[in-house]
Design a protein. Structure first.
Length: 290
C-alpha cells in the first residue's frame, strides 16, 4: 500500500514553477509514495509535465486542505502560521515546514528556498531542475505586459514600442488583462488577431510558450514558463530584485533591474521599473535571440 505525501503550494503559476525542483526532489526521495499537491485547480495542466505529482487538490491560499492523515505533509506555501495550521489539521505523520524546521532566511531565491527546506530534512534537491521541455523556437515572439500588481507593470506604451520593433509578435495575458493587451497591440500597430489575452487556456498558453522564439514580460508567471521551456527571455523587474524571483543566470535569459526595491503589491508602477528604457529591452532581446 502506497504511503501518502501531501504538499501545499496554494499559489499562482510562477510560484508553482519555482517549486518544481522541490517537487521532483520529493518524487526521487519517495518513489513509491503517492504525492498529492494542494494548489489551485487551474494549474492542473502543468502537473503532468513535472513528473512529480500523482494527484491534485484544488486549494487556493494557505488552506484549508481537504485531506486526512497523510504520512508526510510538506509546506511549500510559506512560513505560516495559516499554512502550517492547515497542514497540522490533516494530522500528518510527519511535517516538513519552516515553522517547525530550519530558520527562514530573507534574501534567498524562491527556488533555492524550497530546496533548502528539503535539504534540511535530508532530501537532496537540485535548484537547476526547472526544465519542462525545450522550445524548438518555431513560434512567435510573446509580449506579455500584465503582472499581478500595478507596481510590477511596465507602461503599455513602452511594451508597444518594443513590440513594434520585433517580428511576429503576439500579445498575451489573462482575461482581465485583455484591455491592456489590446492597448499594447494598437499602439504597436499590430492587428487584432495578434492579441491572445483572454483567448487562451493555460494548456494553450503552455503550448504557445513551449514553441516561442522569445518572451518579453515583467515579473510574472510567463517569465517562469519561459525558463521552464528554455525560451530566450527578457524579464523586467521593479520592486523585487531578480536575485529573489528571476530566471537562472546564463542560458539566454536577461533580467533587467534598476537596483531599486519597493512594494511589490503597490498600486502605482514602481519607480525603479520606470528607469528601464525601451532601448535596454530591445538590446536585450537582440542579445538573447542572436
Amino acid at each position: 500500500m502506497a504511503l501518502d505525501v501531501l504538499v501545499l503550494r496554494g499559489l499562482g503559476l510562477g510560484d508553482l514553477l519555482t517549486a518544481v525542483p522541490a517537487l521532483r526532489a520529493l518524487r526521487q526521495a519517495f518513489p513509491e509514495h503517492r504525492i498529492t499537491l494542494a494548489t489551485p485547480a487551474y494549474l492542473a495542466p502543468l502537473l503532468p509535465l513535472t513528473g512529480a505529482v500523482d494527484d491534485h487538490l484544488d486549494v487556493r491560499g494557505p488552506g484549508p486542505v481537504p485531506f486526512e492523515r497523510p504520512d508526510l505533509a510538506v509546506n511549500l506555501h510559506g512560513r505560516g502560521p495559516q499554512s502550517v495550521e492547515a497542514l497540522l489539521r490533516t494530522q500528518p505523520g510527519k511535517l516538513f515546514s519552516y515553522e517547525v524546521g530550519p530558520p527562514w532566511r530573507d534574501g534567498v531565491h524562491e527556488v533555492r528556498r524550497w530546496c533548502d527546506l528539503l535539504e534540511w530534512y535530508g532530501v537532496r534537491a537540485d535548484p537547476q531542475d526547472l526544465t519542462l521541455g525545450v522550445s524548438d523556437r518555431s513560434g512567435p515572439v510573446i509580449v506579455h505586459p500584465g503582472a499581478a500588481s500595478p507596481a510590477r507593470r511596465w507602461p503599455p506604451e513602452r511594451f508597444a514600442r518594443v513590440a513594434a520593433l520585433l517580428d511576429d509578435v503576439v500579445v498575451t495575458g489573462s482575461a482581465e488583462e485583455a484591455g491592456l493587451a489590446r492597448k499594447v497591440a494598437e499602439l504597436a500597430g499590430l492587428p487584432a488577431d495578434r492579441v491572445l489575452a483572454g483567448r487562451t487556456s493555460l494548456s494553450e498558453l503552455i503550448d504557445l510558450v513551449s514553441r516561442a522564439r522569445l518572451v518579453v514580460c515583467g515579473d510574472t508567471g510567463v517569465g517562469h514558463l519561459a525558463t521552464a521551456f528554455c525560451v530566450p527571455s527578457v524579464v523586467l523587474f521593479g520592486p523585487v530584485p531578480p536575485m529573489h524571483w528571476g530566471p537562472p543566470p546564463g542560458w539566454r535569459h536577461v533580467a533587467l533591474w534598476a537596483g531599486r526595491r519597493g512594494d511589490p503589491h503597490g498600486s502605482e508602477v514602481d519607480p525603479g521599473l520606470l528607469e528601464i528604457e525601451v532601448s535596454e529591452v530591445v538590446d536585450a532581446a537582440m542579445e538573447v535571440t542572436s
